[in-house]
Every structure is written in structure tokens, then in C-alpha cells.
Design a protein around this ligand. Structure first.
Ligand code: PLP
Ligand code: COI
Length: 340
């Protein structure tokens, strides 16, 4: 397979059009077969549910080239499951999980020339999404939907690669209790845009959101979950019903326990405890694990002992083990890598 002539090593996290995308339409209560198309544009009615009332959900995962030259996708079954939960919460039709995985495989296969070669640090980002396509004007679910999968080759989400980030505790809330924080709905990201733009203007890389009800506990950022490491080497991650159940975080907690022999805990984390931790990182498909060096909270600068120039030692081990599994250098648990 001849790869495209792309400067893989210098890719950022941006959209670059690839050759094929998957499209399937839902009409009269059923999904059609779906097909690959070369048309990257969508024509929908001016009153489509997605345009008027933000009825859209999405997913994110990656395809990798392994050391021995295979193309693999990381745990797409979990994305399929989360996509189903997201759709149900927004009164959208479910896209069958097995068909979701098949459609992902088909789309990656068609765009294999864009899957970055092993060792370049880049990956093929896969973005399945669904939206209400038929007109609605009263507030109600659309009757027709479109499911699509686009792919785009990407580099690191944060500029500077693995340089520790500086973040702030946001004055804005991301997700209400009993709201939509636990699903991957476009609306959660639209409402985070003002917070991220102002964070960037003030020199921060990201926002740390606290729980909206009490503003006491750590939740997540706009696009990643948190991992902390205690001074005695336990990996800790926030437990909350209003954060996205990150597949990367669930995988890292498994890696911590089963590959690195560490203690791993999912529990409520008071913001007041953050200054006690030795290391902090953001984890997600796009973020992989991005180390955090400093958190600003109510005028205080909390600098982790791991500092502002290096990833902390346990964060690094987690990073190396997870990426080693994803790139086929370290044996993966059963079912984690789906070969194309
Ligand atoms: N939290 C939010 C808000 C996200 O958008 C993402 C990205 O998908 C994550 C966490 C990380 O989830 P995952 O590891 O499944 O990509
Ligand atoms: C992902 O990690 O897949 C996401 O959707 C996060 C987004 C902020 C790019």
C-alpha cells in the first residue's frame, strides 16, 4: 500500500480531507445499508434538527500502523457502545454496534494510504457522527438522521507534544448533574468554546472543570479526563456521573494495575486535594496522555513535583505502555486491537 506524500512528523491536530467517508441514512424507522462516498459535503434542509436544536452526537478513535506493518484500530467496540448511549440520550436512533465497527473498518480500509506510517508519531483520527437531518421547528426529535464517518491524519492535540501543560480551574461549568456530561454530544463542546477561547487568551492550555453542583470536586477538561498520581504511586481518576467515560482512561487504569502493578482508584477528588499529588495528566484519544505541570486555582499556582519540563515518571510509564500496546510493540489484552 503506497502512502500519501504527507509530512507526517509535522502534522498538528487539524482537519485534512481524505478520499472516502461512510454515509448511512435513517428514514421511515430504518437505516439503509450505507456506502462509501468521495463527496465531503453535506446538503441538508435549512430547518434540520441539527441546525436548529443541536441534535448531534459523535465519537473519536484512532487507527495506527503497528511496528510490523499492520493497520489497527483501538477498542472501537467501546466507541460503538458509547455512541449508542449518546444517541439514546438525545432521542436519536441507535446505530447497531456491530455495523458501527464494520463501517469504521471499511472507512479506514478505504483511506489506508492516509494511515501514518509507524514511528512518525501521527495517527489516523476517526470521527463517526450522527445528526438530525429532517426539518423540525417545534422542539422535538427529527424523523430522519444521517450517520457518517470521516477520517483525518493527525499529530499531537497539544502543540509542543509532551511538554507539560498549564491549566486553570474554570469559572464556567461544563455539565450539570443529570445533564449530558456523560455522553458525547456536540452541545457539550459548543458551550465549552467561550471557556477555552478565554483560557487561551489568558495563556492557559486548557480548563479544569469542577462539579457544577458544589464546585468542590474535579471533573474533567473540555476534551479529556484527568489522571493523578499520589506521592506513594497510586493512580487516581475522578469518579463522576457528569464526565465522559473515557476509553483511554479506562484502558490506562487497566494498564496501571495489570501491566505496571500499581494501585488504581476511581473516586471523588476534591479540588483541595490536587496540591497533594505528585503528577497530573490529561487522557483521551486526542490527548493520549498529556502531562500537566501547573494548575491555577483561586490565585494559587499549584505546580506538581514532576515540574514544567518533563512528564512525571509514572505518567511516562503509562504513556509508553499504552502507546506500546497501540503500536503493537507490547502485547495487547484480548480484543483491544482490531485489525483492518
Ligand atoms: N472527555 C471528553 C469531554 C472528551 O471529549 C474526550 C474525548 O473523547 C475524553 C474525555 C476522552 O475520551 P476517550 O478516551 O474515549 O477519547
Ligand atoms: C477525542 O479525544 O476523540 C475527542 O473527541 C476530544 C476532542 C476535544 C478532539
Amino acid at each position: 500500500m503506497e502512502k500519501k506524500n504527507i509530512d507526517w512528523g509535522n502534522l498538528g491536530f487539524g482537519y485534512q480531507q481524505t478520499d472516502y467517508r461512510f454515509v448511512s441514512n435513517y428514514k421511515n424507522g430504518a437505516w439503509d445499508e450505507g456506502t462509501l462516498t468521495t463527496d465531503a459535503n453535506i446538503v441538508i434542509n435549512e430547518c434540520a434538527g441539527v441546525l436548529q436544536y443541536a441534535q448531534t452526537v459523535f465519537e473519536g478513535m484512532k487507527a495506527y500502523t503497528t511496528e510490523d506493518g499492520r493497520t489497527v484500530v483501538f477498542r472501537p467496540d467501546l466507541n460503538a457502545e458509547r455512541f449508542e448511549n449518546s444517541a439514546r440520550r438525545l432521542e436519536m436512533p441507535v446505530y447497531d454496534k456491530d455495523r458501527f465497527v464494520e463501517a469504521v473498518k471499511k472507512t479506514v480500509k478505504a483511506n489506508e494510504a492516509y494511515v501514518p506510517p509507524f514511528g512518525t508519531g501521527a495517527t489516523l483520527y476517526i470521527r463517526p457522527y450522527m445528526f438530525g437531518s429532517s426539518p423540525v421547528i417545534g422542539v422535538k426529535p427529527a424523523e430522519e438522521y444521517q450517520f457518517r464517518i470521516l477520517t483525518t491524519p493527525v499529530g499531537p492535540y497539544f502543540k509542543g507534544g509532551i511538554k507539560p501543560l498549564t491549566i486553570r480551574v474554570s469559572d464556567f461549568d461544563r455539565a450539570a448533574p443529570h445533564g449530558t456530561g456523560h455522553i458525547k454530544a456536540g452541545l457539550n463542546y459548543a458551550m465549552s468554546l467561550h471557556a477555552i477561547v478565554t483560557a487561551h487568551e489568558e495563556g492557559y492550555d486548557e480548563n479544569m472543570y469542577l462539579d457544577a453542583a458544589s464546585r468542590t470536586y474535579v471533573e474533567e477538561t473540555g476534551g479529556a479526563n484527568f489522571l493523578f498520581v499520589t506521592k506513594d504511586g497510586t493512580v487516581v481518576t475522578p469518579k463522576s456521573n457528569s464526565i465522559l467515560p473515557s476509553i483511554t482512561r479506562r484502558s490506562l487504569m487497566y494498564v496501571a494495575e495489570h501491566y505496571l502493578g500499581l494501585k488504581a482508584e476511581e473516586r471523588e477528588i476534591p479540588i483541595e486535594e490536587v496540591r497533594e499529588f505528585a503528577e497530573c495528566g490529561l487522557c483521551g484519544t486526542a490527548a493520549v496522555i498529556s502531562p500537566v505541570g501547573r494548575v491555577d486555582y483561586k490565585g494559587e499556582q499549584i505546580v506538581f513535583p514532576s515540574g514544567m519540563s518533563e512528564m512525571g515518571p509514572i505518567t511516562r510509564k503509562l504513556y509508553e505502555t499504552l502507546t506500546g500496546i497501540q503500536m503493537g510493540r507490547i502485547e495487547a489484552p484480548e480484543g483491544w486491537l482490531v485489525e483492518i
